[in-house]
Design a protein around this ligand. Structure first.
Ligand code: FAD
Length: 526
């Protein structure tokens, strides 16, 4: 079929099509999943395994999306096989306590479900056909350089979090060496399992509009594949279309810092269209203004012993923070300017070389002049830092004693962490407001019947750079993607049943409730 499509770029919100206007022979299925990244793949697999007829529409030429580019951290805990094999104690309660402490506006029900379901989810992921290596990487790095299965990837040992929950490493890396691309292996396995489960995957086919039916139900999508367009009806639609870092208009509107001299991490399809499709059906959005931005200055770990100051010569963050937390605080400083100062006994060359060396200085007075900070300010800051560091203390920011060492031996090297100078990279975190089961929610938190969202186009655990832990995006995308898939399959079956009984297009909610295996209350099909 040939037809024009509405404007899809920028801030455009393509208007939904009325289901009542579609011809009776319009193709139909139970669940349409839009996007085959980690969230869409997991949603499709669970929906198909629940017995739904599933159609996956993927705009790209292959499955994978941004997920395939990613390094492969999944944030999992509560006593996984890797944690146990490497001697790290963890419980679902400690994991939840940490995530609640670290989140901007913790959704406690989601966090508790995620933590208590984490061991089961670990097993589900491995059952796709791979094993996380039963090994631990003890160094300070952005991601394990090799195939080690576990490392710390958040602020668990950083003050005040280490006092709010017993620290445990939860960054599970897929067994692929290197910084990027590790998750492609998981995506290929997921594709194989989705095919086995009988879901149809249609590549190079992008959803362009939602189809809605009365009263207020999402009932399918319109799509486009090169010059061809078409429509497909369904009992439920799951949006799993990724974030919006590649849409300059959305970035400017919501997260302007991401637009400023920064490497956007993602694929060209991260244009936020899925988010805007959800808006077209009345969905609310959460945390849209929060980006993940980072410019890691380690490894090597010895640089973490240095101190970071702003243009007033004052410290503002514990330097042992997870790199995105440090970056979050750099962005709050005057002119988004910050410097890492390292004495000669701890000076070393960065391995990632994202943060340039500004200069070397023989004296603190010379450094103050070179950085343009107020005279005397650095001297005061460094004297205080060094005196306490010698005692293994940091009364100002609670830096962990493991990383405290006086920086009192010159010459000093200064790395420039300022935005626009260091090579910052990032992606978006905000998205469609969702329930525990991935239902898209309106402003008043009522569910939009037939519409679900998961992954980077939705808002779940990862809310801002201050609390981000590496692995929460793949972790929540897969975890809540699965929940959305199961619930959507159930909702589609209920809608189909209602249609048969009433002879209409259906509507209304699933209200059967029971207690899930992990104790949380969840909606279930009868
Ligand atoms: C270099 C890099 C490293 C990273 N490392 C990690 C890590 O180790 N751990 C972690 O948790 N996170 C990591 N992230 C972030 C993480 O990869 C993403 O947040 C996550 O993969 C998003 O998954 P998703 O399924 O929501 O989206 P995607 O994987 O982007 O999938 C969305 C899919 O939807 C398709 N699509 C979009 N619009 C439409 C449409 N209208 N119709 C049909 N299809 C559409 C896209 O083509 C895409 O295939 C990393 C990101 C990058 C770039």
């Amino acid at each position: 079929m040939q037809a024009s499509t509405p404007p899809l770029a920028g801030l455009a919100i393509p208007a939904p099509l009325a289901a009542e206007t579609l011809p009776p022979d319009t193709e139909s299925c139970d669940v349409i999943v839009v996007g085959f990244g980690i969230a869409g793949g997991c949603a499709a697999l669970e929906a198909a395994r629940a017995g739904a007829r599933v159609l996956v529409l993927e705009r790209g030429a292959s499955h994978g999306g941004t997920s395939s580019l990613s390094g492969g951290h999944f944030y999992l805990g509560g006593g996984t096989a890797v944690q146990k094999a490497t001697g790290h104690q963890d419980t679902a309660e400690e994991m939840a306590a940490y995530l609640i402490a670290a989140s901007k506006q913790p959704d406690e029900a989601k966090i508790r479900a995620y933590a208590s379901g984490s061991v089961e989810h670990f097993g589900w992921l491995e059952a796709l056909g791979f094993q996380f290596e039963r090994s631990y990487f003890a160094g300070k790095a952005v991601i394990q350089p090799g195939t080690e299965g576990l490392m710390y990837t958040g602020n668990e040992k950083v003050w005040p979090f280490r006092e709010q929950a017993r620290p445990a490493p939860r960054g599970h890396k897929v067994p692929v060496p290197g910084d990027t691309g590790g998750t492609r292996m998981v995506m290929d396995l997921l594709r194989a399992r989705v095919d086995e489960a009988g879901a149809e995957v249609r590549l190079e086919t992008g959803a362009t509009r939602l189809i809605t039916s009365q009263p207020d139900r999402v009932a399918g999508v319109a799509w486009k594949s090169f010059g061809a367009t078409g429509r497909a009806k369904s009992g439920a639609v799951i949006l799993a279309t990724g974030g919006f870092v590649m849409n300059p208009a959305m970035v400017e509107k919501y997260t302007p810092a991401l637009g400023s001299r920064l490497i956007a991490l993602g694929t060209t399809h991260d244009d936020g269209l899925g988010i805007r499709l959800a808006q077209s059906a009345g969905a609310a959005l959460d945390h849209m203004q929060e980006p993940f931005i980072t410019a890691p200055f380690y490894p090597p770990p010895s640089l973490v012993t240095g101190l970071i100051v702003n243009k007033l010569g004052q410290r503002f963050v514990a330097e042992d923070s997870y790199h995105a937390r440090t970056a979050y605080h750099v962005l709050q400083q005057p002119d988004k300017t910050a410097y890492l100062i390292v004495g000669s006994t701890h000076m070393a060359e960065q391995q990632m070389q994202l943060v340039p060396l500004k200069d070397g200085y023989d004296s603190v007075a010379e450094m103050e002049r070179g950085l343009g900070v107020p005279p005397g300010s650095l001297m005061e800051t460094m004297n205080r830092y060094n005196a306490y560091a010698a005692k293994g203390e940091d009364p100002d920011f609670g830096k962990h004693p493991d990383w405290l060492a006086p920086q009192d031996t010159g010459p000093w090297g200064v790395f420039d962490l300022s935005l626009g100078v260091a090579l910052y990279a990032g992606f978006t975190l905000g998205g469609i407001r969702t329930s525990l089961d991935g239902e898209a929610l309106r402003d008043d938190r009522s569910a939009i019947a037939g519409l679900y969202a998961a992954g980077a186009c939705a808002s779940n655990i990862a809310q801002d750079g201050n609390g981000y832990c590496s692995g929460t995006q793949l972790g929540e995308g897969s975890f809540f993607g699965r929940r959305a898939g199961r619930h959507a399959a159930c909702a589609a079956a209920m809608a189909s049943h209602r249609d048969k009984v009433s002879g209409g297009l259906g509507g209304g909610d699933i209200e059967a409730r029971s207690h899930g295996p992990n104790g949380e209350q969840e909606r279930r099909c009868l």
